[in-house]
Ligand binder design. Sequence first.
Ligand code: FAD
Ligand code: SF4
Length: 488
Amino acid sequence: MADPKGFLKNGREVATRRPVEERVHDWNEVYPGSVGRALLPIITEQAGRCMDCGIPFCHQGCPLGNIIPEWNDLVWRDDWQGAIERLHATNNFPEFTGRLCPAPCETACVLGINQDPVTIKNVEVSIIDRAWESGNVAPQPPEWLSGKTVAVIGSGPAGLAAAQQLTRAGHTVAVYERADKIGGLLRYGIPEFKMEKKHVDRRVEQMKREGTVFRAGVQVGDELTGDRLRERYDAVVLAMGSTVARDLPVTGRELGGIHQAMEFLPQANRVALGETVDDQIRADGKHVVIIGGGDTGADCLGTSTRQGAASITQLEIMPEPPQSRPDGQPWPTYPMTFRVSSAHEEGGERVYAVSTQEFLGDDDGNVRALRLVDVVFEGGKLTEIEGTEREIPAELVLFAMGFTGPEKAGLVEQLGVDLDERGNVARDGSYMSSLPGVFVAGDAGRGQSLIVWAIAEGRAAAAAVDKFLTGSTTLPVPIPPTARPLVV
Ligand SMILES: Cc1cc2nc3c(=O)[nH]c(=O)nc-3n(C[C@H](O)[C@H](O)[C@H](O)COP(=O)(O)OP(=O)(O)OC[C@H]3O[C@@H](n4cnc5c(N)ncnc54)[C@H](O)[C@@H]3O)c2cc1C
Ligand code: SF4
């Protein structure tokens, strides 16, 4: 156990973000310097609040099964080398989760029953940031090669985790990515102010040194067809994400100035990093309306703030969630409560329980306003409240309503793999699709989800591929998703 009286002596303290008025003028992370370094003065005390419970529910809360009490104890004892070894044993990329995970481990922390939970996510990012800074993250190339080849399609967190595990197991792995740079949504979805891209670059460099081969700018399904892929490789991992965005086909949808979040965010990310984008979709001086809450909506909000929007309104069809855990979502489940992201601290207005009826245009064919109406959920269905219709100014409308699954045209159709009832690539308990030797990991199989799940699935799929190729595996297998009822 860390400090036996830690949780009695010390309250919860989290990393302090930079002042809003400073950070909205740049694209850097909202924490000063490296968040891990910023946390150093408080993190030993915070790790010491861990009670090392007999049954650590935080393990169950974390999809990766991170061995949280062990690294809390090591941090408290100032054994940072031991802590990073324990953390890397279950998580390939703690710098991603330590910055971006919604931390379902913390809502499952036993201390959270009647006190504030341990700051698990902050401890995690402190361990990995310190490890990088002190040169303790070395490449781990395999000692021997199996002679087997694997193609990983997609370079998001699922593809990267699968590729790193399989390369280290001795297989020859090529990661194909249609974008010009590696990283999936970590690269072009998530803005720099949430995670600077240097963290992705550093991992990709480590993986290259371990022997993983990266092929960016290749749309698999074009020249490299599904058949050729299967001829050339002994196994294939589909980690193509869930990229078909949900649309809103109401009157006026065709007007100029209405875009999907994933048309807007990648351009903003490129420009933030010094690239030039012709005809960039920008928020400067405009009344911006974001339709949909969630991470994507918050990222559009923070980006529009930094681009200098005149006003930003975020619309949500569901009612405002409660401030504290509702009775129906008791500890240790992950509750739906009102959350304030860094972007919400910076401005914008959130409007709940409203539905968009139509978009109204100006003489040039661009959107100028949005007509909405209040709604209630009654008897499981949505009802509009008569007399509450109103217009709000909207010169840039961004859709952040989620994604419906992987793209079917191209590779998925060429392979002819079965889909599940939600349109994702179907897989069995070993992450294998209906085609032998073709595996699925991350959002492509799970549907739109989280980075922590993508890494967990990439690791699990890698173990299944290794067993398929060699008959057995020593790669760790995270607990199957069906065994984890606590996490949304
Ligand atoms: C804007 C936004 C913000 C988010 N913020 C968070 C957050 O803060 N925290 C969190 O936990 N989750 C967040 N998420 C969700 C998270 O990013 C995803 O769950 C996660 O990235 C899924 O990982 P993946 O590897 O399955 O797929 P992705 O990251 O989507 O990567 C798939 C990759 O496959 C490539 N690809 C697809 N088809 C082909 C093909 N035919 N050939 C070659 N390449 C192909 C794509 O270009 C893409 O790069 C966010 C999502 C979005 C959209
Ligand atoms: S990956 Fe997420 S759930 Fe797991 S320990 Fe880190 S913050 Fe918690």
